[in-house]
Design a protein. Structure first.
Lengths: 261, 282
């Protein structure tokens, strides 16, 4: 397990977040190198989303969050964020174009979208197999489509750090593997650091470089194989872990009789 | 006031009975300025599910008048605006601080504020004096007030031009907006202050009881017909202006309260849009 943070990384040291007397995060230490995908897993209420929102700068905390990223000299770099779910009204007349334009352009979208801008939106979306969604309303998108649109927005312009909150929720298996593949390509091409929060242990382990088990503080971290064979993890997840043992690339085939996951 | 003379002559040239009256010419100009303004603000009120919030703002006018009376103001506009702005900011802060649902918080505040206003104004049976605020009187609008509406329209359009995108992003997901370096608190607060200002300044035209409908109906109707922000805004403005003009003129011939007549036409538009949206546009 590396704990160094040399030329390019995001580092969290002694991070504590309190809500009243309750510590939602308690002395969390972790780091993510550029070009690395780190999965954060943990039970419900483990503080996973809080961790992301704290890194985004939305929540008051004790401890240190250091961004050591070339060119931005420890100042907060551009962070891409893909939220878990949107709270908007499904019937809202907001199209995919509207959402993308309102995020990447200063030109007010209610006044109409010019041809140039519309082409730009198309270019942005085409990198994420989403260009056909341009004119759809947000409420008409499937979970996977919405996620790709949100990822397209988060990647425009390319950030140094990408935060993904529960990309597995509400997305079918096909959509999810497409999503993970896109993320994998992105970090290779752009050398960005990715923190991926999920409860989908099984699906994520083959795509991440490291896995961090979080339950208010870091219980275990390391390569997926290493972490998944950890006893503490068994305790933290309880029966849910049996799904993990079905992973073909992690454990032997004999354990795979519990069926699909 | 040379511009207003041009307007008077222009409208006076139309071959209708109502165009002889200066109060109708003033009212029409006010309607043309205020209805698009309400439509634009309404699009975001409906997107953000703030219909109840703006209703509370409208009702706070009653208490604003009461405070004005207590403090001896001749014109209660200033205390009304102050109270509504303070209330808007307070609700915004409270919304983020409490775990009670926004609905409940607003219900409690509205009950308190309306009761307080009525208690103060009804001392010695004096409430009747203030009933004109409940219904409003668009025909009593003065050229000075119209000039103010013009200023406010310019401010709202400017704000919408600068902050429109940030508002859409914030309404979809505030964390997403913050990750794009948008100060969501500033956006939400400035929008609520703007709402408070517009609602209070227009309260004499439309009245406390129905002002909220003028905000909500055009946007709600437009939602039934549209799929993106551009057409949503455009249709809300069109529906708002059309029901404004029709309502005003019809109220002249029917001898009814103009504000309520306008709202009636806007409701009709909503009904038609709901049918069109359901059976024709899909």
């Amino acid at each position: 397990m590396r704990n160094t943070c040399e030329h390019c990384c995001t580092k969290v040291e002694g991070l504590t977040v309190r809500l009243g007397d309750n510590a939602i995060l308690d002395n969390v230490n972790l780091h993510v190198d550029c070009g690395e995908v780190v999965g954060v897993v943990g039970p419900n209420g483990a503080g996973k989303t809080t961790l992301l929102r704290t890194i985004l700068g939305e929540i008051r905390y004790q401890g240190k969050i250091v961004f050591r990223i070339a060119g931005s000299a420890s100042r907060k770099p551009k962070i891409g964020y893909v939220p878990q779910k949107l709270q908007f009204d499904l019937s809202s007349p907001i199209s995919v174009t509207d959402l993308v334009v309102s995020a990447i352009s200063r030109y007010p979208v209610w006044a109409g979208v010019s041809k140039d801008l519309s082409e730009r939106v198309k270019d942005v979306l085409s990198l994420f197999s989403a260009e056909h969604l341009l004119k759809r309303r947000l409420g008409e998108l499937s979970g996977g489509e919405l996620q790709r649109v949100l990822l397209a927005i988060a990647m425009t312009p390319a950030p140094k750090l990408l935060l993904l909150d529960e990309p597995a929720s509400g997305v079918d298996i096909k959509g999810l593997s497409l999503f993970y593949q896109i993320v994998d390509d992105l970090r290779k091409k752009n050398d960005i650091a990715v923190i991926l929060v999920t409860h989908d242990l099984a699906g994520v382990s083959s795509y991440v470089d490291r896995l961090i088990l979080l339950n208010r503080s870091v219980i275990a971290q390391g390569e997926p194989k290493e972490v998944l064979s950890n006893e503490k993890l068994v305790k933290a997840f309880g029966p849910a872990l049996w799904n993990v043992s079905c992973l073909p690339n992690l454990t032997s085939k004999e354990n795979n009789k519990n069926g699909d996951y | 006031m040379a511009i207003i003379e041009v307007w008077y002559r222009l409208i006076g040239a139309l071959p209708f009975g109502w165009t002889h009256y200066v109060f109708m010419k003033n009212a029409l100009l006010a309607v043309l300025l205020v209805t698009p303004l309400f439509a634009i603000l309404g699009t975001m009120v409906v997107n953000n599910r703030m219909a109840f919030f703006t209703d509370v703002l409208g009702h706070s006018a009653l208490t604003g008048i009461a405070i004005g009376v207590l403090l001896g103001f001749h014109d209660p506009t200033l205390p009304m605006i102050c109270l509504a702005v303070v209330l808007a900011i307070a609700i915004n802060l409270l919304k983020n601080a409490t775990r009670a649902s926004v609905d409940t918080v607003l219900g409690v505040i509205m009950a308190f504020i309306v009761a307080l206003g009525i208690v103060i104004l009804s001392r010695q049976g004096g409430f009747v004096k203030y009933t004109s605020y409940l219904i409003g009187d668009i025909l009593a609008v003065t050229p000075q007030q119209i000039a103010w509406f013009f200023v406010i329209a310019v401010v709202v359009l400017g704000y919408w031009y600068v902050a429109g995108n940030a508002m859409i992003l914030t309404s979809v997901n505030s964390s997403l907006a913050r990750s794009r370096r948008i100060n969501t608190f500033l956006i939400e607060t400035s929008f609520t202050i703007l709402l408070a200002l517009v609602v209070i300044v227009s309260i004499r035209l439309a009245g406390i009881l129905i002002i909220n409908s003028l905000l909500i109906l055009p946007a709600a109707a437009s939602r039934n017909l549209t799929r993106n922000s551009h057409t949503y805004t455009a249709w809300a403005v069109i529906i708002s202006i059309l029901s404004g003009i029709t309502g005003l003129i019809v109220s002249y011939y029917w001898g009814t309260a103009s504000g309520a007549t306008i709202v009636l036409f806007a409701s009709g538009c909503y009904g038609v849009s709901a049918l069109l949206g359901r059976y024709v546009m899909k």
